[in-house]
Design a binder for this molecule. Structure first.
Ligand code: AMP
Length: 451
């Protein structure tokens, strides 16, 4: 039997009922960086730009998408990043691509592709880019996050490693963040192999007490056990062999030199025998930066990290080229800046607000606004509003020090009213002398503020 559903009062010829679309949110683990946070982001960016200029790094930006094989070869098949965190897909043209999970491999690709080996070495590059990792989102961990990084390519000297640790530490210092560098050396791949065997021999008898995840690590990448978050492993590793005891002589000397240079420039560091970092390409020096005030627990978030990667260029098809670098996690740096009451980003405050009355006033105001901009005066307006009250409210909200008011009378007289917003006083000036007058008032006000 068929039943006929009654469709309310729908008549033939009526338009189909409209479904209200659900509002959309950003993708899990990714977020908007809203205007309210931008002063902090700008502060972090300008500090990066300043320090990189001071140490003669040149800016580079590489594409978001790279061939997947770049990261598989560079970062390493057995790493968490390549095993489970990459945003990889096949394009309609059949290319296998990945949204960069980190930038060092891409910079090495660019160094090789553009023959930078022929430039004076080391080539010093810096970037400010977003990275993508499909990790479990949590505090300080996003799926899209920003890194500021610097690389020194084509030099194996220990002074390069020390300079990179210095620049990353100074960067935080310049933002008012005291930090400490935790540092270790993981030697060459050959010395690491011996250490790896010693580590497996140590952990294997304890296998039955390990989680499945850690058992897998023991089998595939035992060094990764050293930064396991499991408290049981943290306890086990206290007695584990330490890599320093397995280092080859040249790596040991290299490491001692790095530490001597750090002593020389006063960078505070702590030796961390179990610091190995999650990317396979590291050789010799590895380091991470932590806020000094932070409790020294295992689970705290590193603000940045870096190290040497002498074998990476060759893995990517280039000539043997020693290199080192660091990257800072900007999301974490910004969140720290925001949490600190003693840190305020420099404000971009409006100096002058331009208010208008009537159509002729509005036209004149448009032109005056351009004059202010050309003179480098930070001005704001609400040209689409005609109510003078609304405009004055906006001027107050923006913290303007002066408001210029132009109505029909001022247009006819060739004048402008200047209102001092703090004093509440007004005067009429010749429109031709507006910039001159404003600059005079600005100097006066800053002299008063200084006294
Ligand atoms: P890495 O590229 O893993 O050596 O990370 C360098 C720095 O980037 C870390 O010390 C963090 O500050 C930051 N970072 C890494 N992964 C994330 C993430 N998922 N979300 C936010 N920041 C991250």
């Amino acid at each position: 039997m068929t039943t006929t559903k009654k469709t309310a009062s729908k008549k033939p010829g009526d338009a189909p009922a409209k479904k209200t679309p659900q509002p959309l949110s950003s993708v899990r683990g990714m977020r908007d960086i809203l205007p309210a946070d931008q002063p902090y982001w700008r502060m972090a960016f300008e500090a990066a730009q300043k320090i990189c200029d001071a140490y003669s790094f040149d800016r580079i930006e590489t594409p978001v998408l790279e061939e997947t094989s770049l990261f598989v070869r560079g970062v390493g098949k057995q790493t968490d990043i390549v095993e489970k965190e990459m945003y990889s897909f096949e394009t309609s043209g059949g290319d296998k691509v990945t949204m960069r999970p980190e930038n060092t491999a891409a910079i090495c690709r660019s160094y090789i592709q553009h023959g930078m080996l022929n430039q004076p070495q080391p080539v010093k590059l810096w970037y400010w880019s977003s990275m993508f990792r499909h990790e479990r989102p949590q505090s300080g961990r996003y799926r899209e996050f920003w890194q500021f990084g610097a690389e020194m390519l084509g030099d194996e000297d220990a002074v390069v490693d020390a300079q990179l640790a210095l620049v990353s530490w100074k960067y935080l210092q310049s933002l008012g963040i005291d930090s400490v560098v935790r540092i270790n050396s993981i030697g060459t791949p050959e010395s690491r192999l011996n250490y790896r065997n010693a580590l497996v021999a140590y952990f294997r008898p304890k296998r039955s007490r390990m989680s499945d995840e850690d058992k897998k690590r023991l089998l595939k990448n035992p060094l990764r056990l050293l930064d396991s978050k499991d408290p049981l492993i943290a306890e086990m590793k206290m007695e584990a062999p330490q890599i320093v005891d397995w280092l080859d002589e040249p790596s040991k000397n290299h490491f001692m030199q790095v530490l001597e240079y750090l002593d020389e420039v006063g960078v505070p560091y702590q030796l961390d025998p179990f610091l190995v970092r999650g990317l396979d390409y590291y050789t010799r020096t590895v380091f991470e930066l932590f806020e000094t005030n932070d409790d020294q627990s295992q689970n705290q978030n590193a603000l940045g990290g870096g190290g040497r990667y002498d074998g990476l260029m060759e893995l990517l098809g280039g000539k043997e080229t020693p290199a080192a670098g660091f990257s800072m996690g900007i999301d974490r740096v910004v969140s720290l800046l925001k949490s600190r009451e003693d840190i305020t980003p420099p404000s971009e405050q409006t100096e002058v607000f331009v208010a208008q009355l009537g159509e002729s006033g509005r036209k004149r105001a448009l032109a005056l606004f351009e004059e202010l901009r050309a003179a480098g005066i930070k001005a704001s307006e609400s040209f689409s509003k005609s109510s003078i009250k609304t405009q004055m409210d906006n001027a107050n909200r923006l913290g303007a020090k002066w408001t210029l008011i132009i109505g029909q009378k001022e247009v006819l007289d060739g004048t402008v009213i200047i209102r001092d917003m703090d004093a509440g006083t007004q005067e009429i000036i010749d429109a031709q002398k507006m910039i001159q007058e404003l600059k005079k008032k600005m100097i006066q006000k800053s002299a008063e503020a200084a006294n």
